[in-house]
Write a protein that binds this ligand. Sequence first.
Ligand code: IDC
Length: 508
Amino acid sequence: MGGMRTDGDGEAHDETGGAAPGDAPESAAKRRPRSRPWHAAVLALVLALAAALLVAVGPSEADAPPDAPTGRRWITDQGGRALVLRGLNTASSAKDDPRGLPWITERDVRREYEGMGSNLVRFLLQWRAVEPRPGAYDDAYLDQVAERVRWYAKRGYRVLLDMHQDVYGPGTSGNGAPRWATESDGLRAERTDPWELGYVEPGALRAFDHFWGNRSASRDLRRHYAEAWRHVARRFADEDAVLGYDLMNEPWGGSVQGPHFEAGPLAALYRQVIKAVRTVDRDHWIFVEPEAVSTNWGLPSALPYFEDPRGDGDRARIGYAPHLYPLPMDLGGGYDGDTARWVDRTLSSWRQQVERTARRLRAPVLLGEYGLNVSLPGALEYVAKVERMAEEMGAGTAYWSNDPGSWAPWDAKGRPTPLLPVLDRPYPRAIAGDPKAYTWDAAARTLRVSWRGRADINGHTEIYLPKRTFPRGGRVTGAAVVKWDAGARVLTVRSVPGDQAVTVTPKP
Ligand code: IDC
């Protein structure tokens, strides 16, 4: 769960008074943050979680060397090239938009590509907009979504359709679920600050309990959800620019939590939706998310392996799309002092837990959300660190979010924020072979990409080179240049069977 602010207003709301969870309760008290009642509760939680983490991770495993990306699964394109996907969430504004659409125009998509060379967008959908009345789907809405998918497609993006919810739906002061699917039995569900506390409002808990079947509802809400997904998948089945479907944003179990939730009702719903989607779309990727409240903070997930009706092994296309919001940052902290120390610990346990779950799921990893108010101390360093970690893991990233403001690469007046150059990183968009590693060394201005080329892969390796770091393009060693597209800033290098290691530095 993430920071306490509102996107879109262009302002920072750092209301925490800077209490870092790394502080012992004593010193936190001494510092007297502008205290809010939830601080105490959250601090208690932090301590409980720290204890849980030690049990979950264990010191010996925490010290194990990181795995290289080799041997893991990759998202591939039609020719079999491994894709490295990087981009933004678009957009939080869709949650409150009456039509459920993000604020963007096609010009904004162009500006984004030119500014940071993204090839991925995590595009927010709302169940309420897909199925405004029980069993009735709004195809005009999906047409609008399809138009936006085409804007991205023109620039070589892949679109991940994310069925977003926070705090269930508008009927419980959240977003996502239609009102007709919100059975909160008249219990209170007020908008909270921070918004995450809305999850424990009695009305929200009750609505989730009805949804998951922890309590019987007046209709089969999960069947409606699966059918809504089937409808969306049918609409986009032939759309090559669509990467796939992110089945549910940050699932929350109501009164059933943790492993009971993830291996229970959540896994059951995923199986149901996977089955429904596969009756109409055999090919796109299907991404599952863990329970957010644990994974976001670096705790383990109990999600089980999901069979893909397409087949198993390399045929399966189930992906894993967890989020990352270290708890100190949930409290509004930046990345400095004690907070940075605790954030670092979260990063290493997050990585370990995510890799462990991905192995169990036999799924590639896509970091579906991470982000913070980038005007906080150390924030840019944190972003660079997460991007580096994702490189090491061979994982794609979708930063939260593109809504103009203090978290975003552009502010409300359309001016680039200091985040933009940090996100505008050189990277291999597609690797024609089995990737070994890719790293951008910013200090040495060197991008290294290595892979094992295979005869059965179509196409060559494509590398995005930003204007700000490679103004005249790149000088390549280790492979022949096929083409340099100075407009799109994409360098294509020849891939041949066998081991290849390519180094790209700026042309003098
Ligand atoms: C946040 C928005 C904020 C909005 C809130 C509730 O930035 O403006 O008020 O949602 O709708 C998540 C969620 C994502 C959150 C994001 C940042 O998936 O919807 O957006 N976040 O708080 N999980 C952790 C953090």
